[in-house]
Design a protein around this ligand. Structure first.
Ligand code: SF4
Length: 677
């Protein structure tokens, strides 16, 4: 037996684990005791992360569709086909007829090369990561208000926070290792404020549980800010020294009213008041929120960050903002430029000097206008202009519930899918390129605390699959680009030249510790645990005034219940991987024994009133569609709300399919009527 230190690549926490190998097989996993993020703890997914590699369902050779049937072909034939089609589409219809989308599960090197292929070789900015179809609000707001699109502090600092405010994230389900940290902080004396429509496991430990009506967050945060301002609890020294735009923010705060907000949010006013005072009075307070698929509206993020600026809870140990990324490399793929309007390192594609700098390094002319985002392509809003898509580990047929993705794919002249498995999306591909699995290659991922970490190669891959970066390199070379990477480490060396805050993140340096947190630069090679630790020059932060929203007191009479979406532990985002892990599949079967077709959760009081019992079939009607599903009766959701786990895609699809939420309406609840079927 041999033991190899590596990183769990199942979620954005990035726990340190050891893989145990016997011969060329991974036979077990155990947690690293000294990894600063997880300190000896991992969750059920981490314990079984290695099972994916040994799945008998893995693709072995490239598959090429001919006359409607897939057949296995060699790499040369597959890549010749891809290259010829890419070239033909580009020459005939222009570079913007191609789009390159990936999953936020892709490694940094894969993401970097995919967008480089699109921009430098093909000549289009049509690139995006899969979570972008819901929103990039978190990154945009963080950049605008604090200048950094990421968590400001390290997870290890949570035990130094006197108050932890956790908003809209079920940590026990989504990011269990962080959930454990929060509960341990609470047991050591921290006060816990939970803001959520659903009572989850961590909420059981709350000092202040603000179980609000869905869609009322901006009112709640505005009311908290008003309490803090009225009681003189703002940190005026911090504001004067470090923030811009305070008067404009103050003017808007005056419009909020505690009693009115409490009434509309459905939370007792004294609870809002006490939570606001506890947050403001703490020596150090942290805010944790999910940046993911919940498609949080930009205003609610702005209101939250305004609160941190108002109280000076930023730039200190234990005081900061944690923008939690649930997918294992959402942070990394964004850092790498997987966005239609941003180059690697978040520089705008429209910025001529940023482009010139990258053009010099890449020796290629770059397109100057923002590209089409994935949402536009799936919604057909670019009117079929995109005729070929490259999808790296991305499974939009499974994950994008509000569009008819198969219909779009069927019209394409080229669909390239890179994956380990025959996914639902791969069934619509012209060519499928099989990838190596976790443990079979050395690449990097960037965790939710900006930690760039190595996932190490511990076994040889089976004959057939190739690393994604090798596939991309071969295609780029065939298209005439002078790419000569011979390892993922060389790709990272180039990333260090293009992305200034990765400039010190060589593989050698990353291997010396448990990765490095960016900014990791040549003159700061040990990385940065706490952003702004060196002091806050000038006024780097900006208040963003948020007007008081006009939210009706009652739900529409015809549709009296608000529907919210969320996670369950085993059938979690990357259900493709869960489906191919024997243990997690078995755990899922246990969960679904009582609800074989999935379920939606209904408050027990509401269920009694509607004459619905646990396990009954129910009909959920919305203004755009109807779904029939099973009721799981629980106290976890608040009265007037139903909770739909993300894996019950069909419910979401049937209810929203005809009317996908506009980007501006993200975060707003969908109103429905529930009745016994
Ligand atoms: S919390 Fe995330 S990174 Fe840690 S073991 Fe679980 S799945 Fe892996």
């Amino acid at each position: 037996m041999a033991h190899h230190l590596t990183t769990c690549t199942f979620c954005g926490v990035g726990c340190g684990i050891y893989l145990e190998t016997a011969g060329n097989r991974i036979v077990g996993v155990y947690p690293s005791m000294s990894h600063p993020t997880n300190e000896g703890r991992i969750c059920v997914r981490g314990w079984n992360v290695h099972e994916v590699a040994s799945s008998p369902d893995r693709l072995k050779l490239p598959l090429l569709r001919r006359n409607g049937q897939f057949r296995e072909v060699g790499w040369d034939e597959a890549l010749d086909f891809v290259t010829a089609r890419l070239r033909a589409i580009r020459d005939q219809h222009g570079p913007d007829a191609l789009a390159f989308f990936n999953s936020p599960r892709c490694a940094n090197e894969e993401a970097y090369l995919l967008q480089k292929l699109a921009r430098a070789v093909i000549g289009t900015n049509n690139v995006e990561h899969g979570t972008g179809v819901y929103s990039n609000n978190s990154i945009n707001v963080l950049l605008e208000m604090i200048g950094h699109p990421a968590s400001t502090n390290s997870l290890g600092e949570l035990d130094r926070s006197e108050v932890i405010l956790l908003d809209g994230v079920d940590l026990a389900m989504q990011l269990p290792t962080i959930g454990g940290r929060v509960i341990r902080a609470k047991l050591s004396g921290a006060k816990l404020i939970i803001i959520d429509a659903r009572r989850h496991r961590v909420a059981e430990h709350a000092d202040f549980f603000l179980q609000l009506r869905p869609g009322t967050r901006v009112l709640l945060y505005g009311a908290m800010a008003k309490v803090i301002v009225d009681r003189g609890l703002g940190d005026l020294n911090f504001i004067r020294a470090h923030c811009r735009n305070y008067p404009a923010f103050l003017e808007k705060v005056e419009d909020f009213d505690l009693l009115q907000a409490a009434d509309i949010c459905g939370v007792r006013p004294e609870l809002i008041e006490q939570a606001a005072m506890a947050y403001a009075r703490a020596r150090a307070a942290a805010i944790l929120y999910s940046t993911g698929i919940e498609a949080r509206g930009a205003s609610s993020i702005r209101s939250m960050i305004n609160l941190a600026l108002l109280t000076g809870h930023l730039g200190k140990e234990g005081a900061g903002i944690y923008a939690l990324t649930e997918h294992n490399n959402l942070q990394g793929v964004c850092d790498m430029g997987m966005a239609p309007d941003r180059l690697p390192g978040y520089r705008a594609v429209t910025d001529a000097s940023a482009r010139a700098c990258v053009e010099r390094l890449w020796q290629a002319k770059l397109p100057a206008s923002p590209g089409a985002c994935a949402r536009k392509v799936w919604e057909h809003r670019n009117h079929g202009r995109v005729r070929g898509v490259w999808l790296c580990r991305y499974d939009p047929v499974n994950t994008v519930s509000f569009c008819d993705v198969p219909a779009v794919l069927k019209q394409m002249d080229l669909v390239v899918v890179q994956h380990l498995f025959m996914t639902t999306t791969a069934q619509y591909a012209h060519v499928i390129l099989p990838l190596v699995a976790f443990g079979e290659e050395q690449v990097t991922f960037t965790s939710t605390e900006r930690r760039i970490q190595l996932a190490n190669k511990v076994i040889e891959p089976p004959e057939g699959p190739l690393p994604a970066w090798q596939q991309l390199t071969r295609v780029a070379r065939a298209l005439g680009a002078p790419w000569d990477y011979s390892s993922a480490a060389e790709v990272m060396a180039e990333i260090g030249q293009v992305v200034p805050f990765y400039s010190g993140a060589s593989y050698d340096n990353l291997a010396r510790d448990y990765g490095r947190q960016w900014p990791c630069t040549k003159d700061r090679p040990l990385g940065t645990r706490l952003l702004f630790a060196d002091g806050l020059p000038g006024q780097p932060f900006q208040f963003e005034p948020v007007p008081r929203p006009n939210i009706p007191r009652y739900a529409p009479e015809a549709f009296p219940m608000a529907m919210i979406f969320g996670h369950s532990l085993y059938y979690w985002h990357q259900n493709v991987l869960v489906k191919h892990s024997e243990t997690l599949k078995r755990e899922l079967r246990v969960l679904l024994l009582d609800y074989p077709e999935g379920f939606v959760e209904l408050n027990d009081g509401d269920a009694t009133e509607l004459g619905i019992r646990d396990g009954d079939k129910i009909r959920v009607r919305g203004s755009s569609g109807t779904a029939v599903t099973t009721a799981r009766v629980t106290r976890e959701v608040r009265s007037g709300t139903i909770f739909v786990p993300f894996f019950v895609r069909e419910v979401e699809r049937q209810l929203l399919g005809a009317a996908p939420p506009e980007m501006g309406n993200l975060g707003k609840p969908v109103f429905v009527k529930v009745e016994k079927a």
